[in-house]
Design a protein around this ligand. Sequence first.
Ligand code: SF4
Length: 397
Amino acid sequence: MKPRKTRKVYIGKVTIGGDAPIAVQSMTATRTQDLEATARQIKILEAAQADVIRIAVDSEQDVVALRTLRQQFPDSVWSVDLQENYKLAPRVAPLVEKIRYNPGHLFHLEKNKTVREKVEFIVNAAKDNDCAIRVGVNGGSVDPDYKERYKDDSVAAMVFSAVDHCQMLDEMGFENYCVSLKDSDAQKVIDANRKFSKERPDVPLHLGVTEAGLPPDGIIKTRIAFEQLISAGIGDTIRVSLTLPNDDKGREVQVGREILKDIAARRFRSVPENFLDGLNIIACPSCSRVENEKFVDLAQDVKKMTEYAEKYKLTIAVMGCRVNGPGETDDADLGLWCGPTRVNLKKGTETLGSYSYAEILAQLKKEIDEMIRVKNGSRHRERSEAVGIAAGQFSSQ
Ligand code: SF4
């Protein structure tokens, strides 16, 4: 393995970067305000030996819950995902060791303020409380300005959004930060992280394939990215995102450690032939924002129901909430994002309707059948045309 050249970043008692061991992270999937369920989830992740546990905080009530939980777990190393609510940073920072913000989510609130002003607000909260920051860029929610600037290159849009944020943090005199560039496509994760590490070899990288989905495919996609990057000296901390029932979330950490152990021993797993050539199901790992507990069951049911279509090149995305669901399903052939009582069905960027949890599978099947019919029709036409051309060539000879 090539040595890593990044500088060190301090997340409470956990160090990432440089020669520090690669830290393994995971995230709670329960509602943060459900104190009993979240405490149980934290214990599960601690028992699995997660180095850093991430918790989502979206509201003042979540901050109150976080404060209560902190009393129960004074020694845990926590990172908080601010998502759209960057204004909570000063109230969250005293309770955690790291704050994650997404550059693509700094547009929704306070449109009169510049991105730089918002970043400065987060940085000041981190400085005052000795917190680390992760600049967490996500392929499904890239800053619209960068999407526009790099229209034909989604990897460059992610990378240069991160590079510019790093420059902003540097100019603000803040160095205790790392970056992540995640996507549901393992190849884009590889390309983005390689490109970024050339631009900023000093900045530690948090690796992950987002919405990798259900095991075993989710594990294979993650392995593909981690093997390529970590063996090349890229990556200082990892998170494996799998769609799992809450009580099995410790498996994310276990899988992460197994992958790291295999890479260190140079045991690289080969990828099954034709992997992802056919049906690709992407699903979010769920978090406190998940709108209905039935989400994980739904993702599992979608996987089972669609087995009959496995040889067709289709991507189906299943997402747990309205925060990221609508955007993260845009690139899929068919997308499902969950509301509290209904599931929204999309075809590319177009919304087809919303259906109850009991109805959605039948509706999804209808759409898949129609796509297969169209695909088979065009294949049939291509074949007939080819036969026609061949016959024409033969008759003209
Ligand atoms: S899509 Fe929503 S529920 Fe799923 S992990 Fe992302 S924020 Fe959480």
